[in-house]
Design a protein around this ligand. Sequence first.
Ligand code: XMP
Ligand code: MG
Length: 184
Amino acid sequence: MYEGDVASVLITEQQISDKIQELAKQVAADHPARDGGSDLLLVGVLKGAVMFMTDMARALPVPVQLEFMAVSSYGSSTSSSGVVRILKDLDRDIAGKNVVIIEDIVDSGLTLSWLLKNLASRRPASLEVCALLRKPDAVKVDVPVKYIGFDIPNEFVVGYGLDYAERYRDLPYIGTLDPKVYSS
Ligand code: XMP
Ligand code: MG
């Protein structure tokens, strides 16, 4: 599949799956299932976090509920401006809930920073971020990400939910693309 388009595999399917087990343990340790307590609420950011969200939900040993949000940042397709627009909002009120945002990647941090402020204003009982990837060299605003999968170089990556022009989300690993893909 996508033969010749992928330049390198940065994180394998096995590494992703091992990391998700680790992250799930960390999240569960901080959010033990409580008698009569409310379930943990995962808020997945569409579309990039879809694979990560469904794998995390199944790896977590505590009951979780799933909500999705879709946002778009104004700016070019490969860099964000920090001005964010809600394309799809949550279906439910999150007041009083223990919320973990599930995000694919923290690049400049601008999108997440905006999202955190937006969700915090809805008064959840707790609000944390779990991101699969982070590009430390691209960070423009410091965002408190409690759970982080992998720090990666400042390169555009695809796969496992991440796309280039809506393609490659279905790759089971994280990789970089051959420059010819961008020029064609
Ligand atoms: P910021 O810069 O606001 O960006 O942290 C976060 C959003 O930008 C997208 N993004 C990427 N998408 N490969 C992608 O497919 C990348 O390397 C990449 N870097 C940033 C992504 O939607 C993320 O939520
Ligand atoms: Mg995203």
